[in-house]
Design a protein around this ligand. Structure first.
Ligand code: NAP
Length: 489
């Protein structure tokens, strides 16, 4: 990859539609515009529409109006629209990756990987659209028949975070459209550009007007609350922090909405005595440093068998210390900026707290001066059990390492959190692997691998990491209702 020029940056920004997309029309927001910033420079990239409550309601009106036709639309055609959008994203992967790096900060190669991952959800669900089925059974007493059918849930509100600007959208939009639901999408205000491009791509792929509506807004609470409380809405799918997820669940209780909640994480990464240490370090780098550590699946804490903990920590320090930090558009950069100053301050605080509790800083441990929200890759050893860095979601390039004496202790430490999204386990002992996997209180486990995300697999958590699954055959079920018909013969 050669370094990107300013004119290439302007070109990709210029082609993004910056208005609201409602009922097949691009239109201005009644609240004016809101700025989108490059986290590597702190400078504004462009302005996008700022929706009012009435704009948001108009988006729901459009979704409600388009609902019945879309539910009846032939599944094959629904799938083909998604498939065309998949192809378009793949064809335009380079420009979309640059756009994502500009708004979110991650290095271009990582943005490209997200583009491919995001597109994969459209391909997967284009194939699932024609596999929605039901059951026909003879009643146990032999009299009458039990018919079970699947129908689209109805109008959905999809709210997404900034850390994976496209994939968190396609993971919801793909199955919703495949199932025959219409949607209102609300991307994070810090990274709306990738989703605006997705709306344009779906429009060009032939998605009928009103099936997907997109609103960007500077006040999500003000614009979204009336939709969540509107009885015409039937489902809310949310990806974001546990704190906001809880609030939205409360709001959604008025309408008893169907809910999918993909929330925060605090993933443990366990390395046992017999693990292949080279593989564990490679896996740890991916699990920790993917997305600059700003992933719900990021390894938040490394629990390592005491015999190998020191070696693991020093190898991690060597690797993280040699990573190149900089603007994601520059050649060779491996670690971009954090999303904003608040996030960087939180990471700093967690490191200071750990050091205050006796942790040793093996590498990093500070912010970078100058423009942008950079924080150096950091490894902490001898981290005390009560350090906040082990308990809270870090969302930054900080790897705390702590030792364990036994398998029981490792499992207990891994589960000692209110979160339950994912865990990583490194061991060569199959029996131990299965015992540990069964003992972990998480929705997902990476067994001898540092990444679990796959469009064909059910992604999701338990405990305070939420509920519902995205991807895999389970993903489309979140957008389907089961109707049972008692048939009198
Ligand atoms: P966030 O602050 O919870 O925001 C997520 C989305 O919710 C944004 O679009 C935000 O809009 C919107 N929002 C905030 N308050 C709202 C309200 N009162 N009503 C309606 N919408 C509201 O989370 P974030 O900082 O963007 O994302 C990071 C979090 O997401 C982390 O905790 C991470 O673990 C989690 N995450 C989870 C998964 C998963 O699959 N489990 C995947 C990725 C990320 P604004 O932009 O306007 O604030």
């Amino acid at each position: 990859m050669s370094t990107i020029t300013t004119s290439q940056e302007h070109q990709v920004i210029d082609q993004v539609p910056k208005q609201l997309y409602i009922g097949g029309q691009w239109r201005d927001g009644a609240e004016g515009t809101l700025a989108v910033e490059d986290p590597a420079t702190g400078e504004a990239l462009c302005e996008v529409a700022d929706a009012s409550v009435d704009d948001a309601r108009a988006a729901l009106d459009a979704a409600v109006e388009a609902g019945p036709d879309w539910a009846q639309h032939p599944p094959r055609e629904r799938g083909e629209i998604l498939r065309r959008a998949f192809e378009a994203i793949m064809t335009r992967a380079d420009e979309l990756a640059l756009l994502m790096t500009l708004e979110m900060g991650k290095p271009i190669a990582e943005s490209k990987a997200e583009i491919v991952y995001a597109a994969e959800f459209l391909r997967w669900f284009s194939e699932q659209a024609v596999r929605i089925d039901g059951r026909y059974a003879v009643a146990p007493n032999g009299q009458g028949r039990l018919l079970t059918m699947k129908q689209p849930v109805g109008p959905c509100l999809l709210i997404t975070p900034w850390n994976f600007p496209l994939a968190m959208g396609t993971r919801k939009v793909g199955p919703a459209i495949a199932a025959g639901c219409t949607v209102v999408v609300k991307p994070a205000q810090q990274t709306p550009l990738s989703m605006l491009m997705l709306a344009r791509i779906l429009e060009e792929a032939g998605l009928p007007e009103g099936v997907l509506n997109l609103v960007t807004a500077s006040s999500s609470s003000r614009t979204m609350a009336p939709l969540i409380e509107d009885p015409r809405l039937r489902k809310l799918s949310f990806t974001g922090s546990t704190e906001i997820g809880r609030k939205l669940m409360e709001q959604a209780s008025h309408n008893l909405l169907r809910l999918s909640m993909e929330l925060g994480g605090n993933a443990p990464f366990l390395v046992f005595n017999d693990a292949d240490l080279d593989a564990a370090v490679e896996g740890a780098l991916i699990a920790k440093m993917r997305n600059i550590g700003e992933a719900c699946t990021a390894a938040n804490r490394f629990h390592v068998a005491e015999r190998v903990a020191e070696e693991f920590a020093s190898r991690m320090a060597e690797r993280l210390g040699s990573m190149r930090v900089g603007r994601g558009t520059e050649e060779g950069v491996q670690v971009g900026p954090l999303i904003d100053q608040d996030q960087r301050e939180k990471v700093s605080e967690l490191v200071e707290d750990a050091v205050g509790h006796g942790a040793r800083v093996l590498v990093g441990g500070h912010s970078r001066d100058g423009a942008g929200y950079f924080y150096d890759p950091t490894v902490l050893a001898d981290v005390a059990d009560d350090a906040r860095v082990l308990r809270e979601e870090i969302f930054g390039p900080v790897a705390p390492v702590t030792g364990f004496a036994s398998e029981e202790e490792a499992i207990a430490a891994a589960n000692d959190t209110e979160y339950g999204l994912v865990a990583y386990v490194y061991t060569r002992d199959l029996k131990q692997a299965l015992r540990v996997v069964e003992g972990l209180q998480t929705g997902m486990v990476g067994l001898n691998q540092g990444m679990v995300s796959n469009a064909a697999a059910p992604f999701g958590g338990i405990k305070q990491s939420g509920f519902g699954r995205e991807g895999g055959p389970e993903g489309i079920e979140e957008y389907l209702e089961t109707k049972y018909v008692a048939v009198n013969l």
